[in-house]
Each structure stands twice: as C-alpha cells, then as structure tokens.
Design a protein around this ligand. Structure first.
Ligand code: ADP
Length: 323
C-alpha cells in the first residue's frame, strides 16, 4: 500500500475534516502517500485529485464541513460511472480508498470493490447516526448538541409568550437525532418516522400538558414524520383543536454546520488512523465502526442490514418526563 485516496461523499457532517486530517497524518506516519479526491465520487470520476501532505490539513480539526467538498453522484449508480472511477484510480496509482460518508457511499464502495477490485475502507460520516454496526457516527454528537441548543432557545421565547412550538429536526428516514435532541431539550412530545403519528394523540398530549399547568410546550418533529412536516402538523393541530397560537421552527441545515464537538473530533481521529492501518495491513472492503469504546472493522452490508436504532424506550423516557 503506497498510495491512498480519501474522499467525502453524501451529506456533509461536522468532523469530516478531523477524519481527513487523521487519514493524511496517519499516512505521513506510516509512509503512505495520501491523495485528496474532491467532490466525492464525482471528483473521482473526473480525476479531481491532488496530493495532500501533513501540512495540507493544518488548522482543520476544528472546522465543520469538509475541505474536500462532498457531492451526490448519479453516474456512480451506473456500472459505466464506476468503470471511469476505477480508471482514475489506476491512472493515479492509488492502491486503496478511504470513503467518509453514509451507507449509500458504502454501497457504491462495495460495488467498486466487487467490479474492479479497488480496496475500499469506509468511515461513518453522517449526522443521522444510522449506520448499523457503529454506536456512533462522525457528526452525530455535534448535530445533537446543535439541535438541543436550538430547542433551548426556542423554549426561552415559547415560555415568554405562552406558546406551543413545533421544532423540526433533520432525519428523513431516521428519528434518532430527534429522539435524543428532544430528550435533551425536554420536549413535551417527539414525533418520529418510525412510529405512526396521530394528530389527535398529539392534541391530547398538549391538553394533558395544559391540565398539568404547562403554559408553553415544545413538540419535536423529525423531518420525515409520516404526518408531514412540522408546518403540516402545526396546521392540523390548529385546525383540529383549540390550540391556535402554534409556531414552527425548522432547524434545517444549521444542524450540519459548526465546529465539531470534542467527541466527534476524537471519534474521527481514531477512525481515520484505524482506516489507514487497516489498508496498510491489507484489510479492505470494510467499514470502521465503534462498539462501546472499541473500534471494529465490519463488512459494508452491516451498515444497512443491522440498522436498528429505533428504541421505543427512549420515547417512553420522554413521555414520562413530560409530566
Ligand atoms: P450517504 O453516503 O450519506 O448515505 P447517498 O445515499 O446520497 O449518501 O450516497 C452518496 C453517493 O454514493 C451517491 O450519490 C452515489 O454516488 C453513491 N451511491 C449511493 N448508493 C449507491 C448504490 N446503490 N450504488 C452505487 N453508488 C451508490
């Protein structure tokens, strides 16, 4: 293993830069050349690739986003696109790739390996924490804290005006971020795609809260809830109940940005080093996960086959504490 390429793919997450830095510096330590590939698989196909050294990644451990940029790449879903990517890998003399992204990026990496024998190693970079085989993903902790802080701020104004707020948190397919941020922010109710939402039940929860003396309340809504967006749900509550003074806040892309927490920086740093060590040791077609406090190497399909984040007991905790 003389030359490793590193790229970020799919949605960005805070801590991706810390992971890039770790890959580059571990490469320098183990005397492997590191090439940065820009804009995910699209940049790989287009040959947007350049050599990075230890100094190229100075001062980025604390920065959100990804200096390599990231992209979604339609061409990579097709065999011809992956063929073009493999040609670039050969042209640049790259012996292995570190792919920082979510399970979609792993699916692509798996195919690149199967079809062209390219050695691939995945690092879980996503704010959703929805990668099977890893208790945590790079970026989740930061996004969770950002969402919690936003809920705290909304609560200040909700309490001052006796209002009910619906706060929408990211998570198209996974309500995990919403569940955790909702508990941390003391939400009165949390609506997630994993559990069907009944607007009448939400209204009843709000009535119960009012009966218990609550003058303001917060309902956290995961982006992908089956009853619609936070705006849709607030509108239905307005129409179907006496609660006419509801407000909506969509935290949106604020959740993706910002300086990563210490937890995400350390996770990314450890995982980046592990990825280089694995490739140098000849281990490929694996993702790095964290189980408990240990790093593990797992086959890519674990990422989507063992995804089991929905834990109803967390929602139960939120329900009990909404007393
Ligand atoms: P994430 O990696 O965060 O889950 P996406 O699902 O958007 O994000 O995947 C990122 C990119 O990975 C896609 O734009 C595409 O280029 C590639 N990819 C995703 N799924 C596949 C697949 N089934 N086959 C080939 N490439 C894929």
């Amino acid at each position: 293993m003389k030359r490793i390429g590193v790229l970020t793919s799919g949605g960005d997450s805070p801590g991706m830069n810390a992971a890039i830095r770790a890959v580059v510096r571990a490469g320098a330590y183990y005397k492997v050349e590191i090439y940065g590939i820009y804009s995910g698989y699209q940049g790989l196909i287009d040959g947007e690739i350049e050599s990075l050294n230890a100094r190229s990644v100075s001062g980025i451990i604390n920065r959100g986003g990804t200096i390599l940029r990231t992209a979604r790449c339609a061409a990579f879903y097709e065999p011809e696109g992956r063929e073009r990517a493999a040609e670039q890998v050969r042209k640049f003399g790259i012996d292995g790739l570190v792919i920082i992204g979510g399970d979609g990026s792993y699916r692509g990496a798996q195919l690149l390996h199967e079809e062209h024998g390219v050695a691939c190693l995945g690092l879980p970079g996503t704010i959703d924490n929805d990668i099977g085989g890893s208790d945590f993903t790079i970026g989740f902790d930061t996004a969770m804290n950002t969402a919690m802080e936003a809920i705290d701020r909304v609560r200040d104004t909700a309490a001052s005006h006796d209002r009910i707020f619906f706060v929408e948190v990211m998570g198209r397919h996974s309500g995990y971020l919403s569940m955790i941020a909702g508990i941390a922010g003391g939400a009165e109710d949390i609506l997630v795609p994993e559990r069907p939402t009944d607007v009448q039940t939400v209204i009843q929860t709000l009535r119960d809260g009012g009966d218990k003396g609550k003058r303001s309340m917060i309902v956290v809504v995961a982006e992908g809830d089956d009853a619609g967006s936070a705006f849709d749900i607030a509108k239905k509550v307005n129409e179907q109940s006496e609660f006419k003074q509801t407000r909506v806040t969509v935290i949106g892309h604020l959740q993706r940005g910002g300086s990563p927490t210490a937890f995400d920086r350390v996770l990314a740093s450890r995982m980046g080093v592990r990825a280089v060590e694995a490739l140098v040791a000849g281990e490929t077609n694996r993702m790095v996960g964290m189980k408990g406090i240990e790093l593990v190497l797992l086959p890519f399909p674990i990422a989507w086959e063992q995804r089991s984040l929905f834990d109803p007991s967390l929602l139960e905790v939120a329900r009990i504490l909404a007393m």
